[in-house]
Write a protein that binds this ligand. Structure first.
Ligand code: M6R
Length: 616
């Protein structure tokens, strides 16, 4: 939530910051703003609306400075207005600040600052922090130390409860910028005579691949001559410069109309990348070097716990199904946001997993910390290298699907499904799964990218269906076993990008309540796989049909549905149970995508949402 970017260098900062903001816009798009330090003053432009609105506003200014900060907002405190847009300037005009996170004790600090004569133009928590820095600057004598800007920011942050990724400029500090983080992502790009701070790498990758991932409680002080990193307690930190492995073209649309389409079509390659190098030489199991857990240790585990949010939570539900079925170990899946407050008893031999594309989802991070606090070893399945979750986990597995920019998770979700299936295989092979069954399972997983390619060929057919169904206001998604979570995912996808109300249910549960919704006005999407529950699902479909509900059936090839039962049929390839959820996801992604396009919704930036949820 919220994207921040800052620049110190020799180039004009405005265009670099605006480019960064365009790339960070998926993190929040309620308003955008920019502030440059030039000619001994802070020049500000900010507007409610998207970055394109800011670009027009910036054209009316003369922005030539080489030091600046910019922000794209997902509103928390205060409505979507110009005044609430960042950057905020302290009421004495001396400091400008951008912020991603929430200052929880802002009200107390504001009351205090009002007594000291500071005034406020916005309803935000952020402006309070900006004025608090100004207060420390006015109050503390110049002790001749290295940087008063750094020290005033540090002092202010010591009084702050909550989360932040911030960047600060001071009118008395030309060519200086101070940035800091606590539970909100922040990295420093180290370029050729220039430094860029940003919420994520997409904002700086066009200028450098060399980055320093800041840790919680660290502050970076940047000048034209270099940078230093210290902690809130004033300890020096030796920076570790990492190299980003992807390039700018991975974060660009290419020939695609939007990122959601691009990322849906990237899935076959993304799955290949997720699997690469992760099967044993004998082709009978998976390898996960990053778990930092020996086979012997893993054999001691008698229970798994998974925590995640949103689509990642759905992927965990599929992992639960596969681990229980193939490894015969109990698995519990919880919403990270619930787990952290639930005080759930965990026994000693539980292996705790968190799953998160971004690695920055605050609830998932908090669940990880809570589990670690209780003494558990926590492993992470995560896409963004260097993310908070990746760094705080005791081990884990990277998804390797490249940047996912569309707010609706697509390629990251199917990659999470794949890793869950691989984890089930890995643990199963340490227990009762035979060599031959392992080889069969591995071959099935290796075939997944081609099956997804084949399913993507259904796009024109699904588009035509989507156009017939875009006028409905409620749609049910119904599935069983490992496809129940895919029903949840289908409903979430449709809701988030088309704003059509949708619910996912286990198909047989439908008659315990949701069937009351069924009429000719509420169609259902059924997952109808071959196998033991085929007839049961057909019965559920009959119950819908008897109540005049229209049916879109996603059916594995080779299954014969009773004539006339489904109004629409989308065939998917027959495949191994471990691969089925991946293949079955593609039609619901495309269905939601084309319905949203038909309704002229912005699929990449749906209303009220942001890609990574870094506030509670
Ligand atoms: O980055 P994470 O995987 O932790 O994100 C979790 C959810 O916020 C995310 O999956 C969200 O539900 C997506 N918008 C779903 O498309």
């Amino acid at each position: 939530m919220c994207g921040i970017v800052g620049y110190v260098g020799k180039q004009k900062a405005a265009s670099i910051i605006l480019e960064g903001l365009k790339r960070l816009e998926y993190r929040g798009y309620d308003s955008a703003g920019l502030c440059l330090l030039q000619g001994g003053q802070l020049d500000l432009a900010k507007k409610a609306g998207r970055v394109e609105v800011l670009v027009k506003e910036v054209a009316r200014h003369r922005f030539i400075g080489t030091t600046g900060i910019g922000h794209t907002r997902w509103a928390t405190h205060g409505g979507v207005t110009d005044a609430n847009a960042h950057p905020h300037i302290s009421s004495d005009g001396k400091f400008a600040l951008i912020h991603n996170g929430v200052i929880e004790n802002y009200a107390q600090i504001k009351t205090f600052l009002l007594t000291k004569g500071y005034t406020f133009k916005s309803e935000t928590d952020t402006e309070v922090l900006c004025n608090l820095i100004a207060y420390h600057y006015a109050k503390e004598p110049d002790d001749g130390g290295a940087s008063r800007l750094l020290e005033c920011v540090r002092k202010a942050l010591r009084h702050v409860d909550g989360t932040y990724g911030i960047a600060v400029l001071g009118v008395d500090f030309p060519d200086e910028l101070v940035a800091a983080r606590k539970a909100s992502p922040l990295l420093l790009g180290v370029g050729d005579g220039e430094y860029i701070i940003a919420s994520d790498a997409s904002a700086l990758i066009s200028r450098t691949q060399n980055v320093v991932y800041l840790k919680d409680g660290e502050l970076v002080h940047i000048t034209a001559a270099g940078f230093t990193i210290t902690t809130l307690d004033q300890a020096d930190v030796s920076p570790v410069v990492d190299k980003i492995t992807w390039t700018i073209s991975d974060a660009e649309l290419g020939s695609h109309a939007n990122f959601m389409e691009k990322e849906i079509y990237e899935q076959p390659v993304a799955l290949e990348n997720t699997m690469r190098g992760r099967f044993s030489e004998d082709g009978s199991t998976a390898n996960f070097g990053g778990l930092n857990l020996s086979a012997a240790e893993l054999r001691q585990i008698d229970r798994f716990m998974f925590c995640a949010c949103g689509s990642a939570w759905h992927a965990c539900l599929v992992a639960e199904h596969l681990i229980e079925r193939y490894a015969r170990l109990p698995v519990e899946v919880d919403y990270a946001s619930e787990f952290r407050y639930r005080n759930s008893p965990l026994d000693r031999n539980t292996l705790f997993f968190v799953m998160s594309q971004s690695g920055e989802t605050i609830d998932t991070l908090a669940a990880l910390r809570e589990a670690k606090r209780k003494g558990y070893r926590v492993l992470a399945i995560n896409n963004v290298v260097g993310s908070s979750i990746a760094r705080e986990a005791d081990g884990g597995v990277y998804q390797h699907v490249g940047p996912e920019i569309g707010v609706a998770s697509t390629k990251a979700f199917t990659s999470q499904l794949l890793l869950g299936a691989m984890m089930a295989l890995y643990v199963a092979r340490l227990r009762d799964m035979s060599f031959n069954d392992g080889v069969q399972y591995v071959n099935a997983l290796k075939g997944a990218p081609d099956l997804v390619r084949k399913t993507l060929l259904q796009a024109p057919h699904i588009k035509a269906i989507a156009e017939r169904y875009s006028g409905y206001s409620d749609i049910l998604f119904l599935g069983r076993l490992s496809l129940f979570p895919i029903a949840l995912e289908g409903a979430l996808k449709l809701k988030e990008i088309s704003y059509i109300h949708a619910e996912g249910y286990p198909a047989a549960e439908m008659k315990h309540g949701p069937i009351a919704l069924i009429s000719e006005k509420c169609p259902s999407v059924f997952f109808v796989p071959k196998g033991e529950i085929f007839n049961k699902i057909v019965s559920s479909m009959q119950e819908i049909k008897a109540r005049k509900g229209k049916i879109i059936a996603i059916v594995t090839e080779g299954c014969e549905l009773p004539a006339g039962l489904a109004d629409e049929v989308i065939p998917i390839p027959d495949c191994h149970e471990a691969v089925l959820p991946i293949v079955a996801t593609v039609p619901v992604q495309l269905l939601s995508y084309y319905i949203a396009l038909k309704l002229k919704c912005d699929v990449d930036k749906p209303r009220n949402l942001a890609k990574s949820v870094t506030v509670e």
